[in-house]
Design a protein around this ligand. Structure first.
Ligand SMILES: NC(=O)c1ccc[n+]([C@@H]2O[C@H](COP(=O)([O-])OP(=O)(O)OC[C@H]3O[C@@H](n4cnc5c(N)ncnc54)[C@H](OP(=O)(O)O)[C@@H]3O)[C@@H](O)[C@H]2O)c1
Ligand SMILES: [Zn+2]
Ligand SMILES: [Zn+2]
Length: 338
């Protein structure tokens, strides 16, 4: 089969032929129909995120059809449309026992991170990881559910976003669009921050009450102003450069939660007294649980959360998708169709 292979930091991705995997006992073989390109892929390529595994097929927003099943998996599942949960936890560590597979101490697989992922014609995964997709959600529209929407659900939970909270979504990309909508569903008032007007307009259409144009205005001061001096009860950092992190801390309300979802080359610096005075919390969010993926599928199927797909591209045109993402030209995801 054809697969887009990662060969380590600062090396080009290469479209190669690799053996088609066969489903083992309890597994399914998914014919990939759509796989979204997440910004995390750029961190793999730059080396900012280096898990030390190469060669590897990237891609963790994976949608397709079950084509084969291994021993012990009901044959009726063949033909089912599915989205793949990208973690396979050990099932027995303290985190897995609580359902927090994303924190597993002994991961068996993580598709597109340490295990071959979705930028290929086929992916093999445990049957439990293949979550059925309703017909109302197209393949391309479903792809960003796998990370964009699930990450938003998880992060909003980490921040305990609640009724009437002021929430700042710092970075209007795929995860940011998920966060705008999830925060709204939790009863929050949302301010989206970004540089590109088209992305801010999309955030507004998805439920942001205000948008702030980074670069053109003092973001922290504007958030203070919009919130009547209160500040943000939760700030989701999807950019996390020196400049945005400084602004994020400055705009936090008392007891505000700053949640790192994104990261850059820059380190975070804050004097503790700044946090002490307002009892502020700095925290982070990684991935999602299997339950959150099911919840994300239900929300999209019910039309309560929308995914934003800028374009779909055949696998061979991957460069176009990666370049557009790197240059900030995408409103939402580019989705590869292997
Ligand atoms: N923790 C997790 O589980 C998890 C999961 C998924 C993704 N991530 C990380 O989260 C981050 C966002 O991912 P994504 O896929 O949503 O990326 P994305 O689609 O590229 O969105 C990020 C957006 O941030 C905006 N931006 C960049 N610099 C900015 C600045 N200085 N001020 C304001 N906005 C700025 C860009 O739009 P403009 O054109 O407006 O600049 C861009 O669209 C990445 O670091 C990714 O690796 C983490
Ligand atoms: Zn992702
Ligand atoms: Zn575990």
């Amino acid at each position: 089969m054809r697969a887009l292979r990662y060969h380590g930091p600062r090396k080009p991705l290469r479209l190669e032929n690799v053996p088609t995997p066969a489903p083992g006992p309890g597994e399914v073989l998914v014919r990939v129909a759509a796989a979204g390109i997440c910004h995390t892929e750029l961190h793999f390529l730059s080396g900012l995120l280096d898990l030390g595994i190469a060669p590897l097929t990237l891609g963790h927003e994976i949608v397709g059809r079950i084509e084969k099943v291994g021993a012990g998996v009901p044959a009726e599942r063949v033909g089912e449309r599915a989205i793949v949960y990208y973690y396979v936890g050990c099932g027995s560590c303290a985190h897995c026992l609580r359902g927090d597979e994303n924190l597993c101490d002994a991961l068996r697989a993580e598709y597109g991170f340490v295990t071959d992922g979705g930028f290929a014609e086929y992916v093999r995964a445990p049957a439990r990881n293949a979550i059925p997709l309703p017909a109302s959600v197209s393949d391309a529209a479903a792809a960003p559910i796998g990370c964009g929407v699930t990450t938003a659900l998880h992060a909003a939970r980490i921040a305990n976003v609640g009724l009437g909270d002021w929430v700042v979504v710092y970075g209007a990309g795929a995860v940011g669009f998920g966060l705008v909508q999830v925060a709204r569903l939790r009863g929050a008032r949302v301010i989206a921050v970004g540089r590109t007007p088209a992305k801010l307009e999309a955030a507004r259409a998805l439920g942001a009450e205000h948008v702030v144009r980074a670069g053109a205005e003092d973001v922290a001061a504007r958030v203070r102003e919009l919130t009547g001096g209160h500040g943000a009860d939760a700030v989701f950092e999807l950019v996390a450069t020196k400049e945005t992190m400084a602004a994020s801390v400055k705009m936090l309300a008392k007891r505000g939660r700053l949640v790192f979802v994104g990261y850059s080359e820059d380190s975070f610096q804050v004097h503790p007294v700044q946090l002490v005075i307002g009892e502020q919390v700095v925290t982070a969010s990684v991935g999602n649980t299997l339950a959150e993926l099911r919840e994300a599928v239900d929300l999209v199927a019910a039309g309560r959360v929308k995914t934003v797909v800028d374009r779909t591209l055949p696998l061979e045109r991957f460069e176009e998708g990666f370049a557009a993402l790197r240059d900030g030209r995408l409103v939402g995801r580019a989705v590869l169709v292997p």
